[in-house]
Design a protein around this ligand. Structure first.
Ligand SMILES: *[C@@H]1O[C@H](CO)[C@@H](O)[C@H](O)[C@H]1NC(C)=O
Ligand SMILES: *[C@@H]1O[C@H](CO)[C@@H](O)[C@H](O)[C@H]1NC(C)=O
Ligand SMILES: *[C@@H]1O[C@H](CO)[C@@H](O)[C@H](O)[C@H]1NC(C)=O
Ligand SMILES: *[C@@H]1O[C@H](CO)[C@@H](O)[C@H](O)[C@H]1NC(C)=O
Ligand SMILES: *[C@@H]1O[C@H](CO)[C@@H](O)[C@H](O)[C@H]1NC(C)=O
Ligand SMILES: *[C@@H]1O[C@H](CO)[C@@H](O)[C@H](O)[C@H]1NC(C)=O
Ligand SMILES: *[C@@H]1O[C@H](CO)[C@@H](O)[C@H](O)[C@H]1NC(C)=O
Length: 432
């Protein structure tokens, strides 16, 4: 089932001149930004849970992604001392000094909700044990790298695993700055604060978080509680300036992700039901989230997941677990996104976390979602791989196998990657 095929293939053959102009505009605009663009990524970090606790620990895998014979080679594994963290998302700091990794179920086993690694030697990350963890909150999900070299982290819950959660802020030395909102009365319009996706626009000094689900409700014996709210924040005072109920949330399995559309002041969010929504953060509390794109069947069963915007906000990758796609959208006009291409994963592989390299040409997709095993009700194991896709230079389509030999491989298969260690469930990915 590929309902958008006709639109996808129609737009090939974009004039090269346009692409060169776009590249020039990009390098001019970001010449003095904190993040140096356009460098090629050398490493991919994959954050994975051990499937069999008697054979292995939850671990961070380091792969080479430099073009050449070593592409996809496993360079290193950093074992944590833990099992049961449920490794979730990862993000490198803008300085490249730190890697932050979240742990989805850790709080239920009294384990840390965030694990930080030093990337002083990027091929050999070192787990840090000297970072103060959030005090009022737990169940970390997603990070935004802040210009000062630190992070913002969504914490889905309070310290014991229930709403309200917080957004934690770390500075460039990984000092915990605070957990927000400090004034919980700001949550009054929608008390179920379980922030999951997070995007930030440092030019406009705003941030958007979306509430996904009450984690403890996913454990056996509870009724699953999915959330359908988004909140706009001021980064100046870390206060909430707008709370919105998302439209068309029938069949939604929670609002999973939110990202800033470059520095345009706008945000995309997904409802877990194939709907891509746009919210104009510049309108503050008066903003109205609108559905601007719809992927998969009307009933919402697509399970749209993670969004990966490009630096300038002109392209977006969106993964869809149930139907196994990664779609490339032209988001130059953010309220009228157009599909440019789609990468199809094998039947039942699943497609979840999707990340792009620094030069915005290499895409990595992880196919494990969440399998809570005997303790929980969510069982979306996917085929537990990481796959690579490459984009052409103007970023208008995925390249073919003839153009790039690894375009449909290698498949990093976490079931058989480490013989004797059992399989791994790989979720979080981060390029450096
Ligand atoms: C875990 O590994 C041990 C040792 O090989 C094995 O006995 C056990 O059955 C495995 N458990 C599961 C759940 O696969
Ligand atoms: C924690 O340890 C790392 C690595 O040794 C070091 O770079 C960092 O400064 C330490 N952080 C704090 C807050 O002490
Ligand atoms: C977290 O919230 C739950 C539900 O409201 C409450 O029972 C629990 O005491 C809270 N935990 C903490 C540490 O505040
Ligand atoms: C925070 O700052 C925003 C503007 O950025 C302002 O509208 C809002 O009232 C402030 N909130 C608080 C609680 O100070
Ligand atoms: C967002 O709102 C601002 C402020 O009203 C406006 O200037 C801008 O055009 C809007 N953006 C879009 C894409 O509608
Ligand atoms: C992307 O969208 C913009 C604005 O709608 C359009 O001008 C441009 O041609 C599109 N690019 C491609 C590759 O379709
Ligand atoms: C991964 O390895 C397992 C065990 O060898 C195998 O059953 C499975 O088919 C492989 N998956 C892929 C996508 O190659």
């Amino acid at each position: 089932m590929r309902p958008y095929d006709t639109r996808i293939r129609a737009r090939r053959g974009q004039p090269v001149a346009l692409a060169i102009l776009a590249l020039l505009a990009c390098s001019l605009r970001f010449a003095d930004a904190a993040t140096a663009p356009a460098k090629t990524s050398k490493y991919l970090y994959a954050w994975a849970g051990a499937q069999n606790a008697s054979l292995a620990r939850d671990s961070l895998f380091v792969f080479s992604v430099e073009d050449g014979p070593d592409f996809g080679k496993l360079l290193n594994i950093v074992e944590t001392p833990y099992n049961g963290l449920e490794p979730h998302h990862c993000r490198t700091s803008v300085t490249g000094r730190w890697l932050a990794c979240s742990c989805m179920l850790a709080v239920f086993f009294k384990l840390p909700s965030i694990i930080f690694f030093s990337l002083a030697d990027p091929a050999k990350p070192v787990m840090l044990t000297n970072v103060t963890l959030p005090i009022h909150s737990a169940v970390a999900d997603e990070f935004v790298a802040t210009p000062d070299g630190g992070f913002l982290a969504t914490m889905m819950t309070n310290a014991s695993g229930w709403a309200p959660g917080r957004v934690a802020r770390y500075d460039g030395n990984l000092k915990l700055v605070g957990e927000y909102p400090e004034d919980l009365s700001q949550l009054a319009p929608a008390p179920g604060f379980n922030p999951h996706g997070i995007g930030a626009d440092f030019t406009h000094q705003t941030m958007l978080t979306v509430d996904y689900l009450e984690p403890a409700s996913s454990l056996v014996g509870n009724t699953l509680i999915y959330r359908k709210t988004a909140r706009l924040w001021s980064l100046k005072n870390m206060s909430i300036i707008g709370t919105y109920v998302l439209p068309e949330t029938q069949k939604s399995k929670g609002a999973m992700d939110a990202v800033a559309i470059g520095e345009t002041g706008g945000y995309y969010l997904t409802g877990g039901n194939g709907r891509l929504m746009y919210l104009n953060g510049s309108l503050g509390e008066k903003a109205v989230p609108e559905v601007v794109y719809h992927l998969g069947p009307k009933d919402g069963s697509a399970v749209s997941c993670i969004l990966q915007p490009f630096r300038r906000g002109t392209r977006l990758l969106m993964s869809m677990f149930a139907y196994g796609y990664v779609v490339l959208l032209n988001t130059t006009n953010p309220r009228r996104p157009q599909a440019l291409d789609a990468y199809t994963l094998p039947y039942r592989a699943g497609g979840h976390v999707v990340r792009i390299s620094k030069d915005e040409r290499l895409v990595a997709v992880a196919t494990y979602f969440l399998d809570e095993g005997a303790i929980g009700q969510i069982h979306y194991p996917g085929d537990r791989t990481v796959r690579f896709i490459r984009l052409n230079v103007p970023g208008t389509r995925f390249v073919t196998k003839e153009e790039w030999p690894y375009s449909r491989g290698p498949v990093l298969n976490f079931t058989e990657l480490l013989p004797g260690k059992g399989g791994f469930r790989t979720h979080g990915l981060a390029f450096l």
